[in-house]
Design a protein around this ligand. Sequence first.
Ligand code: KG4
Ligand code: ZN
Length: 380
Amino acid sequence: MFAFPGVRCHISLAFAKECVLIVLGIESSCDETAAAVVAADGSVLADVVSSQVALHAPYGGVVPELAARCHMDNIVPVIEQALAALPNGLAGIDGVAVTQGPGLVGALLVGVQAAKSIAFARSLPIVGVNHLIGHLLAIFLQRKPANPSPVPSFPFIALLVSGGHTALYEVRSAFDIEQLGQTRDDAAGEAFDKAAKLLGLGYPGGPRVDRLAGSGDPSRVVLPRPLAGRKQLEFSFSGLKTALAQHVTAQTSPLTEPQIADICAAFQHNVVSVLVDKALAACERRGVRRLVVTGGVAANRGLRARAASACASAQVELFFPEFASCTDNAAMIAYAGAQRLLAGENDGLGLSVFSRSPILGVSAEQAAMRRYKSSRLPRV
Ligand code: KG4
Ligand code: ZN
């Protein structure tokens, strides 16, 4: 069911009979306008995503003002399309969940205002959801009633790899999540996008680098693996991107397609090996034998293959959300919000947005690092 171009929509009424709490989720933090209807058990009843990729492609990245305006045009039809999955539409909704941040403030405000209007008009409870928690809980979404996806039990280690974020977490419950380490500079998806731009592959670059890497030989190009090693759970990708830029500018003649494929293969190999090594180091350190890889970059074939073989040898159980649950969507927001609503929480109409996420939990390592950093600040 496609109402207008660029809209992806999955609907399954087969779940509706067993649903208890039904939540409308709204996501508008970046370049996807999305709405979904999800039951508190993770059953996805409707999931509509309107992508703005074509709008931003000529600029090589997301233009915040254009994103906000496009959300304004699309938010109502997208929500209407999601609600059309319920026989009684809006009357079948028990609560509203909306992405509160992190993201582009102008874009977030569109979703939050739409959510508040619905909550006010129907006297429904409303909760704000941290987009990152949405990604971390996306593994619990069930999209195929006849063939449910395996889900991990708590606790699990999560590697969140998207265009805006790259971090490791220990997820002990929907409410007890601790960040173990994150990138110091670029996110993995951002690094893929910048590499693609340098190679003239267009935007978004991740899937294009992934495709070309499949036919390249990673050993033909030498690139660094910044912050490699299992000692620290922090990442850094900007040095790798700079090395790639230097490699490209050092060429005396235009790169051929096989040469570009080799560069993609080397770049992807280095990003993926660092991600998988650190994710397994986190599992080992926390004594947790379950790993969830989530976020847009979790679609990467190299990452999937390397994580599968490394987890098999380390005897760690590996989980990937379905592709539609990896990239930005509102079903994950609805599910995370449903857990808050089930706990009786309600943010009310005072709900506001935030552009940067507070760190989720504080690990002993990070607390020690913070003490160390503050001890080195000049005293006045
Ligand atoms: O999670 P997501 O949809 O949005 C954010 O929250 O950022 O992730 C989008 C990112 C983009 O940077 C895109 O290039 C990257 O995920 N991506 C990939 C692949 N598919 C999407 N990166 C590498 N390989 C892929 N196959
Ligand atoms: Zn995201």
